[in-house]
Design a protein around this ligand. Sequence first.
Ligand code: ATP
Ligand code: MG
Length: 320
Amino acid sequence: MKRLTGFQPTGNLHLGNLLGAMRPLVQEQQEGTSIAMIADLHAMTMEHDPQVLRRKTLEVATLLLAAGVDPKRTALIAHSQIPEHTELHYLLECVCHFGEAARMIQFKEKSAAGGPVRLSLLSYPVLMAADILVHDVDQVPVGDDQNQHLELARTLATRFNARYGETFVVPEGVRPESAARIMDLADPAAKMSKSARSSAGRIGLLDPPETIRRTISRAVTDTVGIVRHDPEHQPGVTNLLAILAECTGEAPGAYTSYGALKRDVTDAVETLLAPIRKRYAELADDPGYVREILAEGKALVRPAALATVRRARSAIGLLD
Ligand code: ATP
Ligand code: MG
């Protein structure tokens, strides 16, 4: 079963990304079937700064390695470095209807923000379909926000196969097993997000311990005064309990005060993040190494990607 997990190099990766996506990827990685992809082209669908994009692309790659992505078992790639992604993108645009792209919720939301709308914002779900189909991926771990895009990838694969002959594996969306949805500590009704306007409730993977301690100590709770799992009435406390359980791998004990709970959450987060931070600092000292790993990842996946594009070109009527 080939699996592809993608990360956009926008913003700072946070504890939700680690627990919901990076850790499942690390736990399940297997030689020949795992691909971790940095979607650097997707980060260009909105106004962007070239220097920041390059820096963030390397930062995400480095953080994935620091969190345990093993390049011997997982192909770590940046999709812009593999031209078959963009070549297949165009072929898939030829089986995607304008209306299908225009009704994507993310397109509607992001294009409503005002200012010029990049054409790539409209077509990026088709590029995402190409990212998946070009590698014959069977399974894609996706959060709810990506369901609609994954459905489009399935539609395009099925339509292409029906119209031009069996060419693509039709991928399946899977929920990451430890699908913990980590909520924002300052606004426990919203999930922790890279793109949230305020960073007050976000635990960045590279935040210094002092910042993390402060963020957790200021986490919004309630006036009930009892520590218990009650997502409806006590979302803040419930989120802290969930973070504690995810970080330690154990059910939390009994607590009589919010302060004691917050102290244990701080310790648990620090225990989880300290080695990642340390490894990150070592790796970041040698950006050449990270670039080599990306080149190795590209070499690993390229033969199969080339074969898929060749199949698609031939099926759709292009010359060799
Ligand atoms: P953005 O705000 O830019 O959409 P994000 O924080 O939602 O950023 P993504 O790059 O969209 O991060 O998602 C990367 C991976 O992390 C996805 O698999 C997604 O399901 C997972 N993920 C994102 N936020 C959380 C969260 N709060 N809890 C658990 N998993 C999360
Ligand atoms: Mg998201």
